[in-house]
Design a protein. Structure first.
Length: 372
């Protein structure tokens, strides 16, 4: 048998067999009128000035991008009042998350996170061989911080709190987060994943930044993918309590991980905070409209502080949660609406639906009513 014969199996590492595949959303080769409500993206395009800033740098892409990310770090530092040396940049915030896992975790180490939460977290334990400890959410589908604290041991290296939480959309107030961080031992890195923090009306999204002054082990993970509407360019950042994690995540990654167009677009996007306020306002209006519509269908959604909602489908005696979820997702897809099934996100029988434009939200509610 030659190496070219079909069926020759490459022998992969044990690590690769452990790593779960990310549940990829569909919808990339569908007609234009499909409502893409599956990936918590902004339904609104980036500002023309932001697109122009990205386009301007394209004529210089025979050169590598700035590997120190100096302009972007400076712009973030000015916006968030955190020293540039304490800001990590990433090819999306996921890139920083995975690099943090690589830098902190190894066999014998422990890592505590809530479940259901962001589907990339299990990847960190699988990739590193560390023991992942999943702490169930409370009855309101929020993080149970008390229970998470009891899981911290001398072996714990990393704790992640996703606030607001993906996929459940719920958030905890800053006082509870502050009290939690206070009680985590200093050797443990606390990542507060704030991908959706701008959409929360519980607190000022900048409130957590004050905590960085007191906690060198705290990392606020943020992204340009959601409210800044730049997920297609892949750029995220982390505001850190010290420069230690910034150096560590840079050590484990290739240089030039954030491309020139992404850096330029992000710098420009930061100049337009008024657009952020407007996108947040639209998301809050969508939240109210969609929640009202869901309640009218007899559904009680989780208390959303994000740009998406999460709810259990009404039960039926003749179908289990997984079949019910599959039937509803298929019915919505047939009607041109793409959403996320809860099973792949940790809870069969639930749905996660991103708020779209007002028209898309109406279409979604009508389609859901028809399918149910
Ligand atoms: C909770 C959470 N964190 C991080 C990310 C990663 O975002 P990105 O890599 O696009 O910055 C996402 C994306 O959906 C998310 O939901």
């Amino acid at each position: 048998m030659t190496a070219y014969d079909a069926g020759v199996a490459i022998e992969f590492s044990a690590r690769i067999r452990r790593i779960p595949s990310y549940p990829v959303a569909g919808g990339y080769e569908l007609p234009d009128n499909v409502a893409l409500l599956a990936s918590n993206e902004s339904p609104y395009p980036p500002l023309p000035q932001v697109v122009e800033a990205a386009a301007r740098v394209l004529k210089g892409v025979n050169r590598y991008p700035d590997p120190s990310y100096a302009k972007l770090r400076r712009a973030l530092s000015d916006r968030y009042e955190v020293a540039p040396a304490r800001i990590a940049i990433g090819n999306g915030s996921c890139d920083i998350l995975l690099a943090a896992g690589e830098a902190l975790l190894e066999p014998g180490a422990e890592f505590v996170y809530a479940w259901p939460s962001f589907s990339v977290y299990p990847h960190l334990e699988a990739a590193s061989g560390a023991r992942g400890i999943r702490v169930p959410l409370d009855a309101e589908e929020r993080h149970d911080l008390e229970a998470m604290l009891t899981e911290i041991t001398v072996a714990t290296r990393l704790v992640i709190v996703c606030n607001p939480n993906n996929p459940t959309s719920t958030a905890l107030p800053i006082e509870e987060i502050a009290a939690f961080v206070e009680r985590v031992p200093r050797h443990v890195c606390v990542v507060l994943d704030e991908a959706y923090c701008e959409f929360s009306t519980l607190d000022d999204p900048d409130a957590s930044i004050d905590l960085l002054r007191r906690h060198a082990n705290l990392v606020l993970l943020r992204t340009f993918s959601k409210v800044y509407a730049l997920c297609g360019l892949r750029v995220g950042f982390a505001l850190c309590g010290s420069d230690e994690l910034v150096r560590a995540v840079d050590q484990v990654r290739q240089p030039f991980f954030c491309n020139a167009a992404a850096q330029a677009a992000a710098v420009e996007a930061l100049r337009h905070q008024d657009a952020i306020v407007e996108r947040v306002e639209r998301a809050v209006v969508a939240r109210i409209d969609v929640e009202d519509g869901l309640r009218a269908l007899g559904i009680r959604p989780a208390d959303s502080q994000a740009n998406f909602c999460w709810f259990d489908l009404p039960r039926r005696d003749d179908e289990g949660p997984a079949e019910r979820e599959a039937a509803v997702v298929a019915g919505l897809t047939d009607r041109g609406i793409l959403v996320r099934a809860g099973g792949a996100l940790g809870k069969p029988g639930a749905l996660r639906v991103t708020y779209g434009t007002p028209e898309e939200n109406v279409r979604f509610l009508e389609a859901l009513g028809a399918v149910l």
